[in-house]
Design a binder for this molecule. Structure first.
Ligand code: PGA
Length: 246
């Protein structure tokens, strides 16, 4: 797993956006998997800018989101439907028929997971998967212990994830469960770009890069991936090479 370290968040975000734009240039109908969170906002801003001022079209691409809270309506302000619409899909020329976000209010959530996994297969699998990383090493909502052979499924969120994400929920608590794309589904992506910014990710990054490949650090799975690359700002890279990974 190659790690690229950038001087700051903006440089990191621009580099990831460039990779996405390059893949779109090579193959306009590429299939992407995309994350939510604070980290990818700079990449989305840059892609929107490229769409507006440089004529980048995303109209033929297919987009899948990594996850969604279970029980949250698509118009709930903290839902990932709203996040993606406000930060990306609503600002570019994405074709709504090729935009997929798990439905957290599906009457049969298990069937929704199967439907989602099938839609990914029908699209030919994921070409480029963009990921953030949790402070506990999670990818998507695959928390520590998530089996490497897991598929899209319903998961329990860890207390730490719920506390970190509480900021999105004002007086409410973050939901206890979510739908997430599975570890195996992520692993089958032809290319994985993992983004991390800030010192609060440094420990998770070091554990993923320098520790053992272990289900207790979900992101460490990517060390076995043939084409995974880390995009880090200097703060997120600050524990690398210090022998601190557990
Ligand atoms: P963040 O979330 O970008 O908001 O830090 C990343 C994650 O938890 O995967």
């Amino acid at each position: 797993m190659r790690a690229r370290v950038f001087p700051d968040y903006e440089a990191m975000s621009a580099a990831v956006a460039d990779v996405v734009a390059r893949r779109l240039g090579e193959e306009p109908s590429s299939v992407f998997m995309l994350p939510t969170g604070i980290t990818p906002l700079g990449m989305y801003r840059r892609l929107v800018e490229m769409h507006r001022s440089e004529g980048l079209s995303l109209a033929d691409a297919t987009f899948f989101n990594l996850d969604e809270y279970l029980g949250l309506a698509p118009d709930h302000r903290a839902s990932y439907h709203v996040y993606m619409k406000e930060n990306f899909y609503g600002l570019i020329d994405a074709d709504a028929a090729r935009v997929f976000v798990p439905d957290g209010t599906a009457p049969d959530p298990e069937a929704e997971c199967e439907r989602y996994e099938e839609a990914i297969s029908e699209a030919g699998g994921i070409e480029v998967c963009v990921l953030g990383i949790g402070r506990n090493g999670h990818i998507g909502f695959n928390e520590p212990g998530a089996p490497f052979d897991s598929r899209t499924r319903i998961v329990e969120l860890s207390e730490s994830t719920r506390n970190i994400n509480a900021a999105d929920f004002e007086a409410e608590r973050a939901p206890q469960r979510a739908i997430t794309v599975g570890m195996a589904t992520i692993f089958e992506s032809r290319e994985v770009l993992l983004l991390a910014s800030g010192t609060n990710k440094a420990g998770a990054v070091a554990a993923a890069v320098e520790g053992d490949v272990s289900e207790s650090v979900p992101a460490s799975m990517l060390k076995s991936h043939p084409n995974a690359e880390l995009f880090l700002d200097e703060d997120a890279a600050s524990d690398l090479g210090r022998g601190v990974a557990g």
